[in-house]
Ligand binder design. Structure first.
Ligand code: CU
Length: 180
């Protein structure tokens, strides 16, 4: 009986800390990688980038590169003359501060051809930018509710609760695997 409550405590702590400790990794363009003929703004849309997350630019070395630029250089597709580009073919950039970030390819006319990415990095504490309160802050029904309240279907979960549930499930599975 002891392991159960102890396990729950560990679960709760891990479920809370895990998303904070581990930054997410985003492969820019997913399997398309970092190249021309891709809509990076569409790719970035709907994604939430937080401080601590990382961008990974995958591309064929010497065919492309990655410049971190400012808004003007992004708009005009002008790579900075005084800053060397990233050129490894698998460049990882950790998002260290909140705010707008811009990346372009400095080879040929690739940037003009769409090889540029603009994202907005959010502060960890900022959470999901939404006018409605976080679902985690909603009051939970009292545990003493009679009859079949525990079996009642929960209200449709938001994306945030789904994500939290997924993390919880993962952690639970890992722990369970460790115990068994
Ligand atoms: Cu390029």
């Amino acid at each position: 009986m002891g392991w159960r409550s102890g396990c729950c405590k560990v679960l709760a702590i891990v479920a809370i800390l895990l998303p904070c400790v581990l930054g997410k990794e985003y492969v820019v363009g997913d399997e398309h990688g970092w190249s021309i003929n891709f809509d990076y703004q569409a790719w970035a849309q709907g994604k939430l980038f937080f401080v601590g997350d990382s961008l990974i630019f995958n591309y064929q070395q010497e065919r492309h590169n990655v410049f971190k630029v400012n808004g003007t250089a992004f708009k005009e597709c002008t790579p900075p003359a005084n800053v060397p580009p990233l050129t490894t073919g698998s460049d990882r950039i950790q998002l260290k501060s909140a705010g707008k970030k811009w990346y372009i390819c400095g080879i040929g006319f690739h940037c003009t051809a769409g090889q540029r990415l603009a994202i907005t990095v959010l502060d960890k504490g900022a959470g999901v930018p939404s006018p409605s309160p976080s679902p985690r802050l909603l009051p939970t029904p009292p545990a003493s509710l009679p009859t079949n309240s525990t079996n009642a279907p929960p209200p449709a979960p938001s994306t945030a609760t789904k994500a939290a549930g997924f993390v919880f499930l993962m952690v639970f599975t890992i722990l369970l695997a460790g115990i068994l």
